[in-house]
Write a new protein. Structure first.
Length: 146
């Protein structure tokens, strides 16, 4: 897995959220994407999933597009601010399942893989996120400290 480290400015993601668990994550995110992807792609071809833990064993996945300010860009949407941070970025290989790629990405940190250049996961940062470009290429982003 190729990894790069980059600084990311604060940004907003306007979209729709679902509470889920590890057991139903893929199904719940697929439903969220099916329901709102066309509506969001009418605004932008760059889509995001922002994820955070709401409570033990309960995750929230927010599916949306980057917004210029905290105002929702589509009807019924909510806006999440993602603070500026340094992130490790990995591109999901063509045909690889996104959830499997997340597991492999986190495993690099557990192994302190040289590709990370000594970066460690920033446990204080509230979000992990992924993006999808207009061709469906997925990039995973884990906040890090160096």
């Amino acid at each position: 897995m190729n990894v790069k480290i980059e600084n990311r400015s604060a940004f907003y993601v306007s979209g729709y959220s679902v509470q889920t668990s590890e057991e139903t994550l893929e199904k719940d995110c697929a439903k969220l994407r099916e329901k709102f992807e066309d509506k969001l792609r009418a605004v932008s071809n760059q889509l995001y999933f922002i994820a955070w833990m709401a409570e033990e064993n309960v995750m929230v996945y927010h599916f949306g597009v980057e917004a210029p300010n905290p105002s929702p860009v589509t009807e019924g949407a909510t806006c999440i601010e993602v603070p500026a941070t340094c992130v490790a970025v990995a591109t999901v290989s063509q045909g690889e399942a996104v959830l499997a790629a997340w597991y492999a990405f986190f495993e690099l940190f557990e192994q302190q893989a040289p590709v990370l250049g000594g970066a460690t996961i920033d446990l204080e940062f509230p979000y992990h996120f992924e993006s999808f470009d207009e061709h469906g290429v997925c990039q995973l982003r884990i906040p890090v400290t160096q």
